[in-house]
Design a binder for this molecule. Structure first.
Ligand code: ASP
Length: 301
């Protein structure tokens, strides 16, 4: 399998984000690349300001993903791609390793920032009593009752035009704060032209999102069906618990996805701020920041 892997020891605190894995074949030049890169950098800045101020990793990933959703540049929030019925449906998730809080929404239409809805649910439900995942009309009802900001149709239209350059762009973030607490968040409009109600890996803990204490924070992107069946994020975590290093574990997880004919990528952070960003597609929008450095990339370098 074609494979690109970025690794770095970022130190504490650290933040890594992605804006989707794919071909980015509709990008038409340096200007588009610069626009996407600027969108990534703004999201890193939003998450970094939380970490820099001594804040929690959970809030950092929510701020970073929220910025990506609101940019309209990626396939999430304002930039989400429509289903075959012409509707836009959002999937989102958050997970906090420190407290075990987890929340996810799938196939919802209401929230302006689906990741904030996932955060709110993570504060209400929980393991084992739940709910930790709400779908469709039930998820929308939750968002409305919680008084979350509603997505406006005109925002979506504007976002869709901008997102044409980046149909693959599911978004996600992983962070570790100054106290070593890990958190992860993922958000998507799903796969382009998907069946209404179709759900991928994004809102599934252990598939497209995971944060496990002293182990790893992960966010994935790609052919969600394969990531779900591979149990992608859990597979990476189990390899880490078995003694693999982060790069080897992420590689092993993506190999399992490839063996199911899937493709995509993931970002991962360990408790000491070690990072790995790997992908089997021609490109993955990704960026990171920590005391040891910062970068934003789209293609293999
Ligand atoms: N993983 C997302 C999904 O399957 C799509 C993507 O990352 O491009 O819904």
């Amino acid at each position: 399998m074609a494979f690109t892997l970025d690794t770095a020891a970022l130190g504490l605190p650290a933040l890594v984000i992605h804006g989707g894995a794919g071909t980015f074949s509709t990008i038409s030049g340096e200007e588009d690349v610069a626009r996407l890169t600027a969108g990534l950098e703004e999201a890193v800045a939003a998450g970094w300001s939380v970490l820099e101020g001594g804040g929690r990793s959970l809030d950092a990933v929510v701020e970073a993903v929220s910025a990506l959703e609101s940019s309209g540049l990626f396939n999430a929030g304002r930039g989400a791609v429509p289903t075959t019925a012409g509707e836009v449906e959002f999937d989102s998730s958050v997970m906090d390793a420190e407290t075990g809080a987890v929340g996810a929404l799938c196939a919802v239409t209401y929230p302006a920032n689906p990741v904030r809805a996932a955060l709110r649910l993570s504060e209400r439900g929980g393991v084992p009593d739940g709910p930790i995942i709400l779908a469709g009309s039930g998820g929308d009802r939750f968002c409305e009752e919680e008084g979350l900001e509603q997505m406006r149709p005109e925002w979506l239209t504007a976002g869709r035009a901008r997102a044409a350059a980046s149909e693959e762009g599911t978004v996600g973030a992983v962070a570790v704060d100054a106290r070593g607490r890990l958190a992860a968040a993922t958000s998507t409009g799903g796969r382009s032209g998907q069946w209404p109600g179709r759900v991928g890996d994004t809102p599934i803990p252990g598939a497209g999102v995971l944060a496990e204490k002293e182990t790893v924070a992960l966010s994935a992107t790609g052919t969600g069906e394969a990531f779900v069946v591979a149990g992608f994020a859990h597979r990476v975590a189990w390899q880490l618990q078995g003694g693999a290093d982060l790069a080897a574990a992420v590689t092993g997880g993506l190999e399992a996805v490839s063996s199911l004919a899937g493709s995509g990528g993931a970002i991962a952070l360990g408790p000491a701020g070690e990072m790995a960003a790997g992908f089997t597609t021609p490109a993955m929008a990704r960026a990171w920041r920590g005391p040891a450095g910062a970068a934003a990339r789209l293609y293999p370098s």
